[in-house]
Design a protein around this ligand. Sequence first.
Ligand code: HEC
Length: 183
Amino acid sequence: MDVHSTRQAESDRHPIEPPSRPPEKVVVLVAIGLVLLCVLWALRKDEAPQGPPVAMGSAQAMALSPEKIPLTTGEEPIGDIFIRAGCPVCHVIPGIPGAEGQVGPKLILGTTGTQRLSDPAYRGQARTIHDYVVESVLEPERFIVPGYPGRTMPSWYGSKLSGLALKKIAAYLEQQTDSGSAH
Ligand code: HEC
């Protein structure tokens, strides 16, 4: 055995390996970490816009299917129209008992209606708050209120609510303000 050559081999290995390996590992780990972060971020972004923000509301909202909603003629009292249609599940509506839903915005169009119509992102046809309410119920996708989920408000109310019911809904909601019911 040649002592000299063993030492030689050791001294060959030492100066080269220790400084080169650890940085390589660190780079690989950092790269894996970055990839994972990107994946997590992408998943998070995918999930965020789906579904309403409140878990309980969303479960109830899922249970709202057109077969379960009766036809509304508009002859019913306004409170019954809202309740039969299931609006209180998702909305706070001043003056309607139990309308405490948090999935959609509080329906105080007397306060918020002008804001919606003047929103640069608004692409609907309505020129009055009354028409904006009718449009929001018949074609919710026309304008998604900022901060609320799209594809959440049912889009089939046109087949459940008569013209009279829609008119009564709009007449009621356009009078509701932040400071309380106008009725
Ligand atoms: C499953 C939940 C859900 C139900 C049920 C529901 N909505 Fe909505 N509604 C929403 C969400 C979410 C928004 C906000 C997103 C958007 O603009 O579509 C909204 C928006 C609205 C707006 C626009 C409000 C604003 O501030 O500009 C009106 C008006 C409205 N809904 C009325 C109704 C009426 C009337 C009913 C019952 C006939 C009803 N909604 C039933 C979820 C619901």
